[in-house]
Ligand binder design. Sequence first.
Ligand SMILES: Nc1nc2c(c(=O)[nH]1)N[C@H]1C(S)=C(S)[C@@H](COP(=O)(O)OP(=O)(O)OC[C@H]3O[C@@H](n4cnc5c(=O)[nH]c(N)nc54)[C@H](O)[C@@H]3O)O[C@H]1N2
Ligand SMILES: Nc1nc2c(c(=O)[nH]1)N[C@H]1C(S)=C(S)[C@@H](COP(=O)(O)OP(=O)(O)OC[C@H]3O[C@@H](n4cnc5c(=O)[nH]c(N)nc54)[C@H](O)[C@@H]3O)O[C@H]1N2
Ligand code: SF4
Ligand SMILES: [Mo]
Length: 733
Amino acid sequence: MSAVAGSSPFRVVHTVCSHDCPDSCGVLVTVNEEGRAVRVVGDPAHPVTQGFLCGKVAKYLDLVYAPERILYPLKRKPGVTKEPLTRGREHEAFERVSWDEALGAIAERLKHVAEDFGPESILPYSYAGTIGVLGFGSMDRRFFHRLGACQLDRTICSEAGGEAWKLVYGKKLGMPTEDFRLARLVLAWGANIHGNNVHLWPMVEQARRNGARLIVIDPYKTRTAALADWHIAIRPGTDAALALGMMQVILNEGLENREYIDEMTHGFTQLAERAREYTPERVAAWTGMTASEVEQLAREYATTQPAALRMNYGVQRSENGGTAVRAIAMLPALTGAWKHRGGGAQLSTSGAFKWDEEAVRRPDLAMASPLGRLARVVNMCRLGEALAEQASGIEDAGPENAPAVKALFVYNSNPGAVAPNQNSVRRGMERPDLFTVVHELFFTDTTDYADYILPATTFLEHTDVQGAYGHYFLQLSQQAIEPPGEARSNVWLFSQLAQRMGFREECFRDTPEQIIRQALAIGPDGHATNMDMEHITFEDLKDLGHIPLGFHLQPETRPFQPYTSGKLPTVSGKVEFFSEKLAAQGIDPLPSFVPPTESRWGEAAKRFPLEFLGRKADNYMNSTFAHLDGHRKMEARKRHRLEIHPTDAEERGIADGDSVRIWNDRGELKLTALFNASLPPGVVAGQLDWAKLSATGGNVNALTSERLTDIGAGATFYSTLVEVAKTDSQQPQ
Ligand SMILES: Nc1nc2c(c(=O)[nH]1)N[C@H]1C(S)=C(S)[C@@H](COP(=O)(O)OP(=O)(O)OC[C@H]3O[C@@H](n4cnc5c(=O)[nH]c(N)nc54)[C@H](O)[C@@H]3O)O[C@H]1N2
Ligand SMILES: Nc1nc2c(c(=O)[nH]1)N[C@H]1C(S)=C(S)[C@@H](COP(=O)(O)OP(=O)(O)OC[C@H]3O[C@@H](n4cnc5c(=O)[nH]c(N)nc54)[C@H](O)[C@@H]3O)O[C@H]1N2
Ligand code: SF4
Ligand SMILES: [Mo]
């Protein structure tokens, strides 16, 4: 791939977009003779990328060559307090140091913290700045295991849904993305396909050209919903009720698939009994739909085959989000949709990529740490609480008295913008005694609190291997250009730090290629030994860029239809309507609808009557890209807006375009009202942006809570109650 085409002075290098997106696009980077990337395009040979990139990454060189990239290690100037800094003036708080000095000082400080307070007072904090296997979790994990630092429970995104799906099916697999084109009905449930998963869209379009209908279930009229045949603007957090109501109708009308149920599922009788409680009328009262809409949806879903359900993680960011995903996930099993090629469901395909995680992350190194065991676990959704003196965000305090967090090491994440309960997070990060290191590309809402900032690389500047959670192709991302300035990859950083700490294990010197070989468990004959990857060699991967997993090699003659035969990795070996695992834990083994405490039915709704959705932007990636002019322009209409139903606005004397204050007990925001009559009344919406770019210096997460989901201990961004008023009106604080 990196071969020079003819006599052209340009090279084309195969990379992989490493943003946290289901699509994991193959990206071809053209590099000129000076070694500068001049063009990025989607790989036309990749069956899912199909030669195009989303609007965000099509402009990727704006990010790679942004003048405000951090290029050198920086150290906080003596005496400068930790507080939000004005954008563009961050440099004033820091001074340039050499890598040598930065690494030496950080290692020294970490050693001291570990000695004085125990290594479990050191908290790594990372998420999905890159989802490459190496960048997301390899040398960093080795380092922190060996150090004895806290383990981080990475729950901020998909744990609730992921765990819920596994309760039903045992493993995260779904129908192949390409097969959506064969569907006769596409049901997008809490899935903004057009905004967040755009490479599924051409498949949906093809299905529609062949007569398929698209139904979207989302409180917000997304681009996807606007293009649908039917948009159901469901009230937030009521999806479990709807799924159970659909089951009631399906069973009442005998539309279930007995053959599939008998052969493949466990607990049908109990589920049928439970579903009986969810009459269309009751479900209508919760969801805001009419009873006949509930019936129509159930009938259409059960009687159209193939029916493809795309559920994304939007559904599970609610207090009852785990149960919602579990109930929805049961629908294709009830109707036997899996049996039809082009039918079934997809939440994630990630379970198919069987990396040798132990080899890559080396949890065994924890035995060589001063603890001699795996360290305590901190849930990343409760960062604010973990950083508070009393440290209540720590799930597993370990055997002895849990020390407070004294050092925070952030990479691949911008918790100052993305973590829930922003004010609590900030109070923690402002602590003068907390030693904070941030490895980043830009001055973000998090770097403002750093003692040291270290420059990181983009996916064009390092080598990695990547799977996907929205397709079945393994890909190699080759380094296309030299990092600018002194930017260095995550692997390099933690390898260097390990040397400074005096960690002698060989694995700290592994090169990226060695770690990739370990991840694939390449055997003596050069082939991967992991299941479904046995046909893959490192050399082929280098030549081809992408290779389908074994079961997806001949999609036309041997299509992959998961959960249609054999034993599943659940307790019963079947698709579980009745969860044996939950039953063993004394938890209700059947799904039921419990309204979120932060919803219109909750106690807090008396003071904060509006349900708030702090959503992702179509043209950013969580907080990434939000500071780049080109990307901001694409969001111009919605930036710093509070979308509100005209009825809710008028009740509060708010006119379109008024400046409004949005608040609850955790924080407040000032935004401009934007009327949106397609929202369900009682629901308001805002967008994730950088906190430092907004009027109050806070973003939507100033309002969200650290409460966790029912299953998977995930974040509950979409269970948030607020009140809204015109900024100039006198409302109690
Ligand atoms: N453009 C863009 N693409 C992205 C991202 C981004 O920030 N921008 N983020 C990436 C990441 S990290 C992820 S995890 C994926 C996530 O992809 P999605 O899961 O699609 O992401 P969300 O936007 O969180 O949620 C999808 C939709 O769920 C809706 N929703 C909220 N509450 C509810 C509810 O209670 N019920 C129902 N039915 N719907 C609800 C929201 O309005 C939203 O439109 O996308 C990735 N892709
Ligand atoms: N209100 C609200 N909050 C949300 C969400 C929501 O929908 N609403 N979505 C949640 C979800 S689903 C997720 S996944 C999280 C995402 O949270 P994060 O994973 O923190 O995502 P980003 O905001 O993209 O920040 C990633 C950071 O990593 C940096 N980075 C990129 N590549 C590298 C690298 O190779 N090395 C290092 N060291 N750094 C790198 C980027 O510059 C960027 O600042 O946000 C969550 N927060
Ligand atoms: S963000 Fe998603 S759609 Fe855009 S290039 Fe990356 S993987 Fe593809
Ligand atoms: Mo996410």
